[in-house]
Design a protein around this ligand. Structure first.
Ligand SMILES: [Zn+2]
Length: 442
């Protein structure tokens, strides 16, 4: 998996709401092509949109052009799986009182939209049912928003006829339909002629400020993978329209998309001394080290987020719960950089905060820190340094994943007359242990 261009750090999230993230996908050779700004997550209960932008950031490469992506415009509402905790954020672009909790986010995103480099805007949503220009059924009619491309007016500014441009994108999507009922249509809200709700929207704000802006909606009637599929088709249609060259390293079909949504390599790195693999993780982990202050994290997946939720901490992928961490609040210490271990009787050195595969056994060697192997019950020792530990010595209930293959090894700095400080973690991954061996365990 390719590395993200940059990571997001943030301070502990006691105060809400949360700022959005910005990823810049730019070709190596900088071009002076106008930036395409793609946004999702303005409404927190539209996972098709923010899973699509997350996949765009992780798995697309821009060969020629500039694409900026905001996957999580309303991050706090995404975490709460709520359309808008402080009301509909997409109705706050005309007038907004400075006391509104979303005020700062709106100011920041407006500034980004108005950035002189930004030429065009694509705003992604999940909408209900399937839009049709006349009533066909409860699910297919003119009051539905699913599977349509929305423009605020017919012809726009000095750009070409927007209606024609958008038709190209809609045609591109319709050439790749999974089912005839999914057919996309252009919906012109004619906002300037009296749609008072749309006057307050992000795309209308952008249009007023001479940006080529349109919104694309995938239907909430569709399963997540299919919504993402249509969003990616809309994104690719827009990239082509803006003459931006790109590559993706997967086939655009539902099976591949579902694999990317549940990527086996999804991780979170906490304060640079813990890397926690998140695939198939158990729903609760106990006594998980959390610093009393200055918690920071990044993930290889833009919509993975760590936050304090009542007494526990929680990690979510978009609005999907992954794990709740019962915190062990402790001072963090960053003096320990590398660990020497015997893995299956061969010696290796790894940085703190890594995931290491082992088949049968491991041993932490020669280390002036206290070693605590979570799930190792037999030692009665203060520290498990220089103890050879086999997979069969570890209790399944302490594994971090549902398959009982991954275990925490924690390091603590000890000083006289001082409380222990947490110096980091490594994860030992026994997933390649012989199946026959595993069945004999506990
Ligand atoms: Zn929406």
């Amino acid at each position: 998996m390719k590395k993200l261009l940059f990571f997001i750090f943030l301070n502990l999230l006691y105060s809400q709401p949360i700022d959005f993230s910005l990823y810049k996908l730019e070709s190596k050779n900088l071009t002076n092509k106008p930036v395409l700004l793609i946004m999702s997550g303005i409404q927190g209960d539209e996972p098709g949109a923010f899973n699509a932008t997350s996949i765009l950031i992780k798995y697309y490469k821009i060969i020629d052009g500039n694409v900026w992506v905001v996957p999580n415009l309303n991050q706090y509402s995404i975490l709460k799986n709520n359309r808008g905790i402080y009301g509909d954020m997409n109705r706050k672009f005309a007038n907004l009182d400075s006391s509104d909790p979303d005020y700062k986010i709106i100011q920041n995103i407006k500034k980004l939209i108005l950035d002189e480099n930004v030429g065009s805007i694509l705003h992604l949503h999940d909408g209900s049912g399937f839009y049709r220009d006349k009533y066909i059924s409860n699910l297919l009619n003119q009051n539905r928003w699913g599977n349509c491309s929305i423009i605020d007016q017919n012809s726009l500014l000095e750009y070409n006829d927007l209606n024609n441009n958008i038709s190209n994108i809609v045609n591109h999507i319709n050439e790749n339909l999974l089912n005839e009922i999914h057919r996309f249509h252009v919906r012109n809200t004619n906002t300037a002629n009296g749609d008072s709700e749309q006057l307050k929207s992000l795309t209308y704000f952008a249009t007023l400020n001479k940006k080529l802006a349109y919104a694309s909606e995938a239907s909430k009637s569709l399963p997540l993978g299919e919504r993402v599929y249509y969003h990616l088709l809309a994104i690719e249609g827009m990239l082509k329209l803006m003459n931006i060259e790109f590559k993706r390293d997967f086939t655009l079909d539902i099976k591949s998309i579902n694999n990317l949504i549940n990527d086996k390599n999804t991780n979170i790195v906490i304060n640079d001394i813990i890397e926690l693999p998140l695939y198939n993780i158990k729903p609760h982990l106990n006594y998980f080290p959390i610093p009393k202050e200055n918690l920071k994290f990044y993930s290889n997946t833009p919509i993975v987020w760590l936050f304090k939720d009542d007494k526990n901490f929680r990690i979510k992928n978009g609005n999907k719960n992954l794990v709740s961490l019962k915190p062990l609040f402790i001072e963090f210490d960053d003096s320990l950089k590398n660990i020497t271990l015997d893995i299956d009787n061969s010696e290796i050195e790894v940085p703190i905060g890594t995931i290491i595969k082992a088949k049968n056994s491991f041993k932490i060697t020669n280390l002036p820190y206290r070693v605590n192997v979570i799930g190792f019950q037999q030692s009665g020792l203060n520290s498990e340094v220089d103890v050879e530990i086999k997979r069969s010595d570890l209790l399944n209930k302490f594994a971090i994943d549902k398959n009982n293959t991954k275990f925490r090894v924690e390091f603590y700095k000890q000083e006289k007359n001082k409380k222990d400080e947490f110096a980091g973690m490594i994860i030992i991954d026994f997933s390649e242990t012989n199946k026959d061996d595993t069945q004999k365990l506990h």
